[in-house]
Design a protein around this ligand. Structure first.
Ligand code: SF4
Ligand code: SF4
Length: 370
């Protein structure tokens, strides 16, 4: 039986982007909360904690004396799931050992603009995550362990080149980011483990707790207090939404972001699972019929690259593609947030990409002529 609702922990996070943000460009990931807030389910009171090392005051040295076989045995008996791959940690470690990987990464890549739970956990549970990563490295015999995250977050400013004694690899460029990363590291031999799975392993080894806890970025224009929430598997989606504050009736609710959304149809019947990384509640979807740009600016407000897709769409509609160059369509990573937020059903992301491609082609032609 899963523990009751939100006996969990709420981690107020940098706010995830909400669809209805004002045109004045919001810095969706700009707010920072420095500590974890633990919500006591019984009293509704909050208390601040700073990760389990500070809580217990213990040193990690004793855990490093465990052998690779002992760690693998613990993992085998556990329920740990990698939230990025929906695979058991045990299967992953055996696979990495067989492949004899050289690099093992803690995966905190939040490619989707509606998800910040990976990087947030890295910030809130750094000691636990790096401890578990070091133990997993021992199991699979990797030579190096590193932290992996997207460069687009302000979080990246708080995480330097080295973090908790480990080097950090940042992904940047156009969506999707992972294929080029994997191409680069394929020959070197690499494996990735989600930071949630690592946090779970650290909790199991340090405290003997095999708790199936997911960390979800709960956001959207129907959510009053967008935040990252840690909740037990089995918690009702409706309870999560109520906890974060449901402002309006959502027309659509989905998990795991806009890039690969999974629609949640029954918020009372469906529950949190460990492979969930976000829940987004939106008051409306784009209208089914395509219209001209309304100038509402929603695409501007959701663009995490701080672009002005509105101006690109307007220039495109006038047939002035050369004009769009001044709005930097090359910086777009095709995340799709502008398309999903457009009330006029315009494929904003598609238009930005088309302008980018046409500008590149025209530049190439000009270079050839000269
Ligand atoms: S222009 Fe649209 S697709 Fe491109 S980064 Fe901004 S929101 Fe994402
Ligand atoms: S492209 Fe869509 S979201 Fe952007 S300003 Fe026009 S109507 Fe609004």
């Amino acid at each position: 039986m899963p523990p009751p609702l939100l006996s969990g922990i709420s981690i107020p996070c940098q706010k995830a982007p909400a669809i209805n943000l004002p045109i004045a460009r919001p810095d969706a990931f700009g707010e920072r909360v420095s500590c974890v807030t633990k919500l006591k389910a019984d009293s509704g009171k909050k208390e601040s904690i700073s990760g389990q090392q500070a809580e217990s005051g213990s040193s990690f040295d004793e855990y490093f004396s465990l052998t690779g076989e002992e760690i693998l045995e613990i993992v085998k008996k556990s329920n740990i799931i990698d939230e990025y791959t929906d695979t058991t940690l045990y299967e992953e470690l055996v696979n990495f050992s067989n492949k004899k990987i050289n690099y093992l990464f803690a995966n905190a890549v939040d490619e989707d603009p509606y998800i910040s739970s990976g990087a947030r956990q890295l910030l809130e549970f750094p000691s636990e995550i790096t401890l578990a990563l070091s133990l997993c490295k021992k199991v699979c015999g990797a030579k190096h362990s590193k932290l992996l995250l997207c460069d687009r977050f302000l979080l990246a400013d708080q995480i330097g080149v080295y973090y908790q004694g480990m080097s950090v690899v940042r992904l940047f460029g156009r969506y999707p980011l992972m294929p080029s990363f994997k191409r680069k590291y394929r020959k070197k031999g690499c494996g990735l483990i989600g930071v949630g799975a690592l946090r779970h392993l650290a909790s199991l080894i340090m405290n003997g707790r095999d708790e199936r806890l997911a960390v979800l970025t709960v956001s959207g224009d129907c959510i009053k207090n967008p935040q990252n929430i840690m909740a037990f598997e089995g918690t009702k989606i409706s309870d999560i939404l109520n906890f974060a504050g449901l402002d309006k009736s959502p027309e659509v609710i989905f998990s795991n972001g806009v890039i690969a959304p999974k629609i949640i149809k029954d918020i009372d019947g469906e529950t949190v699972s460990c492979e969930m990384r976000s829940i987004t509640a939106l008051s409306s979807l784009a209208l089914p019929q395509k219209m001209s740009c309304l100038g509402c600016g929603k695409c501007v407000s959701v663009c995490h690259k701080k672009l002005m897709p509105y101006y690109i769409v307007k220039a495109y509609e006038r047939g002035e593609i050369e004009e769009t160059a001044q709005y930097y369509p090359f910086a777009c990573d095709s995340c799709g947030a502008c398309t999903i937020s457009c009330p006029a059903s315009i494929d904003v992301c598609g238009i930005v990409s088309q302008c980018r491609d046409e500008l590149s082609a025209s530049k190439l032609r000009n270079n050839r002529k000269n």
